[in-house]
Design a binder for this molecule. Structure first.
Ligand SMILES: *Cc1c(COP(=O)(O)O)cnc(C)c1O
Length: 359
């Protein structure tokens, strides 16, 4: 008997994560490898989160609190919304999947940018939806064109802000103009995985739309500035109605007990967040200057990574850097993305890049 798999599923490509350090060590026999491929916090997890894990581990024989009451209460207090407006995910990735499953019927449309977070298209396709892809304009979301792409079949519209992989931002004024045009049958998804790094005062107050009852959801994560990517925990803030539907497709124990405890502690660790943000700002300026010295010009970034056109095959560049012990991310064609690391890591990256480009 042969398997019968829906063509939409067969056509998907498995997500290719940034190469793990250990795998590369095995393959190349290198001792010192630096990973600047997945936008992780190079300073490590929040120390406050680490401090609660041993205690949390003592009850690993028990199922997690499926309603994650304490963490959701803390998030609701923080963002001035009610408890039923907060939903957790096994990473905010999972909430993107829940949105697709809950709101897309086969053939329904989801509007997204070209060159944005790859999970959107993957989840939309897996839910038998149609991705309507709108090109970036000058490396940024073209919200005017995205609003025009909305049809009666549009159920989701993704605004990745700052955008991964370009690092670019759309402003409050641009988002306001978008929100004035999007009809109520489309949910606007603000994916703000990097918002804690943003410096621009023009960053939109997307939670304001949720508080005013618009059909919108704001996605945030503990994977980036909080340094808890390995624990898999993220959240969404939305209307009680939307979270009610998401809860119908949410796996019951999707936020594990270690993650719930660690996230609660990390949320209060303002020191770690401030330190991470400050280091990122200083180091990003250094990497930008280093790239400029090599004739490379990254897009202006509000996140913890830089995106640039290498002016040569990006895959070959990625592989040459791997052999130098530096893992970056090849995006497409001649473009690559590099995460801002520790000062020493950034120096090594620039040195390796110089070596490789000089050949
Ligand atoms: C990293 C990232 C996420 C968060 O992923 P988690 O599943 O929470 O680890 C979400 N959106 C974007 C754009 C990201 O880059």
């Amino acid at each position: 008997m042969s398997l019968h798999v829906h063509k939409d599923i067969a056509a998907l490509s498995p997500y290719v994560p940034g190469k793990p350090i250990e795998e590369l060590q095995r393959e190349l026999g290198l001792s010192r490898i630096i990973k600047l491929a997945s936008n992780e916090n190079p300073l490590g997890p929040s120390p406050k989160a680490l401090a609660v894990l041993a205690d949390a581990a003592r009850t690993l024989n028990r199922y997690p609190d499926g309603s994650a009451h304490r963490l959701r209460t803390a998030l609701a207090d923080r963002w001035k919304v009610s408890l039923d407006q907060v939903i957790l995910g096994n990473g905010s990735d999972e909430i993107i999947g829940m949105l697709a499953r809950a709101f897309l019927s086969p053939g329904d449309e989801a509007v997204m940018a070209d060159n944005t977070f790859v999970i959107y298209k993957m989840e939309v396709t897996a839910a038998h939806g149609v991705s309507v892809i709108v090109p970036l304009k000058d490396g940024r979301h073209d919200l005017t064109a995205m609003a025009k792409a909305v049809t009666p079949r549009t159920k989701l519209l993704f605004v990745c802000n700052p955008n991964n992989p370009t690092g670019t931002m759309v402003s409050a004024a641009e988002v306001d103009a978008l929100m004035a045009k999007v009809p109520a049958h489309a949910i606007v998804v603000f994916d703000e995985a990097y918002c804690e790094y943003v410096r621009s005062p023009q960053f939109p107050d997307s939670l304001g739309y949720v508080r005013r009852g618009r059909h919108a959801i704001v996605l945030r994560t503990f994977s980036k500035i909080y340094g808890l990517a390995g624990l898999r925990i993220g959240y969404g803030v939305t209307t009680a109605e939307i979270s009610g539907y998401l809860n119908r497709v949410r796996p019951p124990f999707n936020a594990n007990s270690l993650a719930q405890r660690a996230a609660l502690a990390a949320l209060d660790d303002e020191e770690h967040v401030a330190k991470s943000r400050a280091m990122n700002q200083t180091e990003m300026a250094g990497v930008e200057a280093g790239l400029a010295a090599l004739g490379l010009q990254p897009l202006p970034s509000e996140a913890n990574f830089l995106y640039f056109d290498a002016g040569r095959d990006g895959r070959a560049l990625f592989e040459a850097l791997l052999r130098e012990g530096v893992i970056i991310r090849h995006i497409e064609g001649t473009t690559v993305r590099v995460t801002i690391g520790l000062p020493e890591e950034n120096r090594q990256f620039l040195q390796a890049l110089k070596t490789v480009l000089g050949r």
